[in-house]
Design a protein around this ligand. Sequence first.
Ligand code: ZN
Ligand code: ZN
Ligand code: FE
Length: 755
Amino acid sequence: MVIKAFHIHIKGLVQGVGFRPFIYRLAHQYNIFGTVENNNKGVYVWAEGNESKIREFVDSIQLESPEAASISSVEITEQNMRGYTDFQIVSSQSLSDDVTEISPDIAVCADCLEDMKNQPNRYNYPLTNCTNCGPRFTIIRELPYDRPNTTMAPFELCPDCAKEYTHVLDRRFHAQPVACNSCGPHYSLQYKDKLYDEVESVICLTADLLDSGNIIAIKGMGGFHLACDAFSEPAVSRLREGKSREGKPFAVMFRDDRILKNYMVLDQMEEKLLKSWRRPVVLLKSKKELAPSVSMGLDTVGVMLPYMPFHYLLFEVLRTNCIVLTSGNIADEPVLIDNDEVLKNLSAVADAYVTYNRDIHNRADDSVCFVVNETERLIRRSRSYAPAPVQMQFDTEGIFAAGAELVNCFAIGKGEQVILSQHIGDLKNLETLEFYEESFERFQRLFRFKPKVVSCDLHPDYLSTRFAENLGLPLIRVQHHHAHIASCMAENNLDEKVIGISFDGTGLGTDGKIWGGDFLVADLSNFERVAHFEYIPMPGGDLVTKEPFRMAMACLHHYFGADFMKDQREKLFSNIGQEQFDAVIMMLNQKINCPETDSAGRLFDAVAALTRICQFSTYHAEAPMRLESVAKNDISGNYDFVFDGETVSFKPMFSQIIEDMNQEIPVGVISAKFHQTVLNVMLKVAEQLLKKFSIKKVVLSGGSFQNRILLGGAEKMLAESGFEVYSHKKVPSNDGGIALGQLAVAAKRVSLNKN
Ligand code: ZN
Ligand code: ZN
Ligand code: FE
């Protein structure tokens, strides 16, 4: 038997996820002596023992690591023996400016749910957690990740919890939020001037109130939720009214996956995501209806499974199998986290309030994802995803990327990693802007980040741009769609010239027009726009996103003239008031307040409005979503377009759509043919660019790739034609992922300037 010593360096997300106790247990299993310690560069293991056992030990580290851990690399180097006689966890070395990762929040684990049935001090305790589960990012104030630096600080461990916390082989060894019925925070329920603080009565009364049609504000992991019975139309529509949310679908939580399957169609990947420790909201096709006001006519519903102990306790008593669980806020303000704010702001909508007395320090909305081509795609990257970093291949230290405006998320560069903030929201909201500023402050402290270079959008009026300018640091402005493409390149580790297809809502172009249907030849530092959709005027500017019928009118006016438009009024725009109709025609005729756009989002708006699927929109991107939702998937066929080598014109398509409408072809068929047309455009243009530039790598980004037909179809079609296709998997393709691209472009330009 050969006894040897090895030094093992494990990098990745290995802190706050029960990694050291896991190593300790494995070392015992393989008869290995030595130490394990946390260091600012990851986890260091000193292992002495039988060489083959150490090899097995290293294999097991990678195969059996805790669920929420993610190992990015393991380096092993042989060392001289030190002669250890046992295995020990040594205390964390103090952290320097190179900070290791902070774990996102983790859904309650099966063992903890078991403890809630069997451990007397955790019987029905709704804040039970262990080294493998519980809150992390949302409770941390400061590094290192130790209890006094979290919002658990005020709660002193009882002797039972202290024993678990200090016992190396215990499941709760060094679990910072460890707590029980006697020492931890508690839930309470406020209903009609009465306060209930005994857990059983809180749960039973909450369940009763929900089952009888009430709306309840419930404190979750990263903020308050508003909850009601998802089968009660009166409750759901009252929630809509109270939240000032006219049409945007609500997310729901089902009792369990068995029940969920009666209502939703789901494949293996979707099931895996629903049950993962991140417990995101997964968009699923519905097969049996909940209350109509949940999804407002869309064919998909955002669905999640219980992830906090409280959710499980609640469903034990609830009669309904599904509840709406939407962010506790009014309209698009940030999700509320503070008890007093909730009482003040949600009193018009909530009938009762469930809270607990542990603070949420970093707010985080539920994350939202969907599955296309068996792969997870994020729409909103927040709870349980942030602040896990995206690994890069080059130095990003000191770069701050301010993000976009509507779906803001910012990013900071630490070493070769980019840390994206949680979802911030629409910066035009004062409260959201405050949340942005506060989060940036917190990220600087938490990650010991000192901004040296700032990156922002080209748009001078984005509040994120203004914020970036006010920092008074070297500023790098990045064109919106270059940032989209660079974001997708960065997460796919591409650093070369690619064909970038950016289909998006809006983004200021270098010619002062609004882009969004663009083909770029780009690398990380620069880009050239080599093809794009034809420019169409937007009568009323930004107003067209709320009134997509304006885009339909603009397209018809542009292609067929004002007289044609007037002839079509009765048939296509009968529900638009005559005055409004005339006003739009006047604007188009005289080119007043008609900025030009080539945006794919606006093209979708135009077709949705022309087919009368959506002429007025009540939330962001409603028209494209409805258009996708009605598309029949068993239809082949498409419309014609003209590509002159630089510009794509949809004139033939619009006349063919009108022809189809005259023939009373169902909108589901028209929508399917329209989607296929856009796919054909991508292929045709990409093939031409391949010929011209000899580039085979195609990168897809922009908000339009949240459309499953478009994303799924483009990936398949382009791959079948020999392209290497890259799309988003780690960050959203919408503006929530744009900060990553801004940061990558800035990092690249900085490094080129140095050389
Ligand atoms: Zn647990
Ligand atoms: Zn305790
Ligand atoms: Fe965008």
